[in-house]
Write a protein that binds this ligand. Sequence first.
Ligand code: PFF
Length: 453
Amino acid sequence: MAQLPQSTTRDSFGSRFGVIAATAGSAVGLGNIWRFPYIAGENGGGAFLIIYLVFIVLIGLPVMLSEFAIGRSTQRNAFGAFRKLKPGSKWFLVGIMGIAAAFMINAFYSVIAGWTLEYLVKAASNQFRGTDPQGVSLLFSEFQSSSWRPLMWTLLFVSISAFVVIAGIKKGIEKYTKILMPLLVILILILGVRSITLPNASQGLQFLFQPDFSKIQASSIIVALGQAFFSLSVGMGTLITYGSYIQKKENLGASTVSVAFADTLIAVLAGVAIFPAVFAFGISPESGPDLVFITLPNVFAQMKGGYFFALMFFFLLSVAALTSTISILEVVVAYFTEEMKISRLKATILASIGIAFLGVLCSLSLYNVPEISIAGVNLFGILEYTASNILLPVGGFFIVIFVAWFFKGKLLKAELSSGSRFKIKYYPYFMFLVRYIAPLAIALVFLNGLGLV
Ligand code: PFF
């Protein structure tokens, strides 16, 4: 079979490591380090982890590979990709939905990412030292009630993401993620080692790794699937967009496995870094979303060397968040540059202004201006709910349906094998998953998101 044609005018990732760094950078984020540990904590630890792993393999991997195949075969943005594969059809709506989800996720995500910057400064200026649990809670509520600090950090975070994205794929996204991702792995390993060498650490490890299925409820299963989606960055065309920058000579199947593996490993390592510390200092693992911003500073305040570990932790969290927000921003920027024919600079500024505006409203809606709400739910909650529980599952559902039933088999095989360059023995299993297992499971999450099951 002939080599697949590679666009020469389009920017692309320069190396295999660049592809992995950028894509794992997108996947590894607040979802792994902030969300995974507290969700696992609330849902019983070990047993939850097993269910999560099953979902990553049976559903996460096929959706991810589907997005890569759509993106790379068309070398287009999330909207343009469907236009090119099925011109004159309504499939482009899947792309539009992804672009809308990108705006929403980036807005609320940048708010939390902004908090990590505030906490980085708090850590650097040694504000956790000598504080008791009440003091730590006070630090959090004082910050939240400030009329300008959360907004300033959100705006700063949006600006840093824009700075990276303006520089392009090779010279921006790839360049920075290639430095930041290895750093992140080193930091989380150091934190993990520190944590498991604390007295009573084994209790934390037991909590994370010893499955107790009696703690699993029906809702935990659905939560695990939702978390798998969010964590792998699938369902909204982020990986269609990144896939469009992968060179034809790269092995999509191998990249998919590496990225999903890295994402899962970092989530588990985050658990290893957090739970032993939480148990060692007698704090509840079920503290919910506050785990990172209220519980951990307590741990750092009591821990030997806490100053450095706090600094390292919040730096790690900011880096992880940044390599994710740039991928979400790129979804919108790729769409603007290719479909509206405006420059990357203009597209990034335009998209960032929209995200910043929405982000500021989101931030205000949480504490200071709760009136920014619909039917009693604040804007932050509305965006998080709509994007994660409706747009991602619906997007993921249609993406696998598209690949399973509407993507020409010959074209798909050529794409996955890079024009017969690689063996794709996994193909029949992949088809089985995208045809039946993945859409059924996703439909279940979606219906649950709407409260119908
Ligand atoms: N995967 C990111 C995380 O775990 O924090 C969040 C995310 C990034 C979701 C990109 C969706 C996306 F398209």
